[in-house]
Structures are given as structure tokens and as C-alpha cells.
Design a protein. Structure first.
Length: 354
């Protein structure tokens, strides 16, 4: 008996097409494809017809290139390993005027996408005028010294927010600036929308790709969406290894983690925060034999769950599945979808792809 991370590959693949809704998608595969596994995810996305990928680190971009020789691979963080970028035909963000000025020579021959900073303030050109300046400076170079400006992009910081006007503000700034840029220059790649923006608005006019991550991996970006929008193909399960009885007033777990208010049956489960279950997850339920039971304490390698007479040693305990989803817990405040996914420990959990 071992706690297990199980991925249903057919469900994952079927869900990709369902999420894409027939639109062109640049799949975000950063952080080991949201911890689903880069190799698995790239193969699955390709089988669904996706041929454009983005990540934040160069070694992942290089791996995508190996897996997908004909794909467009876009590096969302700047890198100064220009030789590697060139050798692997990796497209890269151009994050500022300053970056261009500093690396002008080395950028020759590299495919870049101009990045607009907008309200996230993480990276990108402050203004579209600065972008125009770079286009002009680049055109003034001899052809062999020019970088190839093939794309333009931004990232929204507020597409998951409904209570504040900031998504509308950043959207308007981007769409107006883009319209102006398009009167001057043709871009082969125009992309802006994460999962939330794509589901809220559909693919914007003139955009060549949406750029979703989390929704491709089976979690909803915001809570008012129906669960039908995306299906979770991942199951995290564990086992009842013992049943203990606590009398009223007795405590179990370190430092009085749980004190019984009545005679209670406590199931000891073989999974804990060392396996990557977030601490806040222990405020909620798990599923045993199709019924939800409350988690009472979380330790490094164990959970306590208060159960009834129906639960026996050897029973399977579901922490996450499509019936008790990661996004359900995100909306209960457990932590972002990607935070829980990233935390899951692939060294201590048994990993199965079926
Ligand atoms: C630049 C960029 N684009 C797209 C995404 C995808 O976002 P989401 O997972 O919300 O779809 C991310 C994720 O953080 C990102 O950093």
C-alpha cells in the first residue's frame, strides 16, 4: 500500500480538445508542465494538434524542442544564452528597451516577441512607443545584425478577478496599443490570454493564439465557472493503514493536533505534507468508499480522518480526483491550483500514468 499520484492519460487528452474549443493555443508547459510532467504533457498536447509551447526556463524550452522538432517554442523569461536559443530555434520574449540596448549584437538572428508590461509590472516594455523605437533601431541595422521581431504579447494580472476593474483596464490598454502597432508592423504571433481571459472573452480578434495553462491541466481559474469547463485527470489517493479509537477528551497527533469531543474512530492514512498535501488542505474532507469524511490532523507522512464503522483498514482514501477537485479546494482557500499541483512529491508518492 502506497499513496499514489495517478494520471488518466486518455481523460487528460480528451480534455485538451474540449478546453481549446477549436481555437489555436500556445500551451504553457512551465514548471514541468504544472508538475504533470513535461514529456507526457508535450506529447499529449501534440496529439491534440497543439504545435506552439511556452515556458519560463531555457532547459525546459530545449527539452520541448527535442520532443517537438517542428513546434514553435517560446521562452517567456529572457535568457542571455543566445547560442542555445539559436541552436534550438527558440523564440524569446524581448522584455525591455534596456535589454535590447545591452544585448543588441547577440540578439541578431533570434526570433523575439515584444512584451508589453501592463498592470502586472513583472516584465515588458513600459510603452508601445518604446516598442516602435526598438523596431526602428532594429531596422536600421544591416540584415545580418537584425533580430527577427516575429511576435508581440502581454500577460494579464487580473483576468481571474471580478470585483475590481483592473482586468478591463489592462485589456483596454493592450487592445488599443496593439491596434496601433498593427498599423505599422505585421506580427506572426500575437498572444495575451491566460486561462481566465480565454474562458471569459474567447480568443481576441487578431490574436494568433490563446496562452492558457491551468485550464489545460484540469482546474478552473475562477470559481463561478462550471466544473464541466475542464476535467481533472489526476487522482491523489492513499490508504487506511489502521483504525484507532479515541475517548472523549483524548488528543491525537503532535501537540494536541486533534482532541476528540466524543468517542471517535480515527483512521490513520499513509499520506502527509511530506507528500505535498498542503497544510491548509487538512481543514477539509477526503473521500473513502464514495463518502466524504473530515480530516482531523496532518503530519509529515500521515493524516487522521474521523470515520464511521463503514471504514476499514485497507480502504482507499481519495484526496483529489474529478469528484473532489483541486480547484474546489483552491476556492475554499487551500492555495492556488498550481500551488497544490507543484507541491505534490513525485519521489514519495507512487507515480502512475494509466
Ligand atoms: C506569462 C504567462 N502566460 C500564461 C500563463 C498561464 O496562466 P494560467 O495557468 O492561469 O492559464 C502563465 C501562468 O502563470 C504565465 O506566467
Amino acid at each position: 500500500m502506497t499513496a499514489t499520484w495517478t494520471l488518466d492519460s486518455q481523460v487528460f487528452k480528451d480534455n485538451i480538445k474540449h478546453v481549446m474549443q477549436g481555437q489555436p493555443v500556445m500551451a504553457v508547459v512551465k514548471n514541468n508542465a504544472y508538475h504533470y510532467g513535461l514529456d507526457f504533457a508535450v506529447e499529449a498536447f501534440m496529439s491534440a494538434g497543439i504545435d506552439t509551447f511556452s515556458t519560463t526556463v531555457l532547459h525546459e524550452a530545449v527539452r520541448v524542442r527535442e520532443l517537438a522538432p517542428d513546434a514553435t517554442v517560446f521562452l517567456m523569461n529572457p535568457s542571455t544564452e543566445f547560442d542555445v536559443l539559436k541552436a534550438n530555434s527558440i523564440h524569446m520574449t524581448l522584455p525591455s528597451l534596456d535589454f535590447y540596448m545591452t544585448h543588441q549584437k547577440d540578439l541578431a538572428g533570434i526570433n523575439v516577441h515584444l512584451e508589453f508590461e501592463n498592470l502586472l509590472h513583472r516584465s515588458g516594455f513600459k510603452t508601445f512607443d518604446e516598442m516602435k523605437q526598438v523596431i526602428e533601431l532594429n531596422q536600421e541595422q544591416g540584415e545580418e545584425h537584425q533580430m527577427k521581431i516575429v511576435g508581440i504579447w502581454t500577460h494579464f494580472g487580473y483576468a481571474d478577478e471580478f470585483e475590481v476593474p483592473d482586468y478591463d483596464i489592462e485589456k483596454e490598454a493592450w487592445l488599443n496599443g496593439l491596434e496601433d502597432m498593427l498599423t505599422l508592423y505585421h506580427f506572426d504571433y500575437i498572444h495575451a490570454q491566460n486561462s481566465a481571459s480565454f474562458v471569459r472573452d474567447g480568443l481576441f480578434d487578431q490574436h494568433t493564439h490563446a496562452r492558457p495553462g491551468i485550464i489545460l491541466y484540469g482546474s478552473r481559474p475562477y470559481s463561478s465557472l462550471s466544473t464541466d469547463v475542464t476535467v481533472q485527470s489526476l487522482t491523489v489517493s492513499a490508504n487506511v493503514i489502521q483504525i484507532r479509537t479515541l475517548e472523549a477528551g483524548e488528543s491525537a497527533g503532535y501537540s494536541f493536533a486533534y482532541t476528540a469531543d466524543k468517542r471517535s474512530r480515527i483512521a490513520v492514512i499513509d499520506i502527509g505534507y511530506g507528500d505535498g498535501i498542503l497544510r491548509t488542505r487538512s481543514k477539509h474532507d477526503c473521500v473513502i468508499n464514495g463518502r466524504r469524511y473530515p480530516i482531523r490532523a496532518l503530519m509529515m507522512s500521515h493524516l487522521f480522518v474521523e470515520v464511521d464503522e463503514a471504514v476499514k483498514p485497507g480502504d482507499t482514501v481519495i484526496l483529489y480526483s474529478n469528484d473532489i477537485r483541486i480547484d474546489e479546494h483552491t476556492f475554499k482557500g487551500v492555495g492556488a491550483n498550481s500551488e497544490q499541483l507543484s507541491a505534490l512529491n513525485h519521489h514519495s508518492l507512487k507515480k502512475e500514468i494509466i
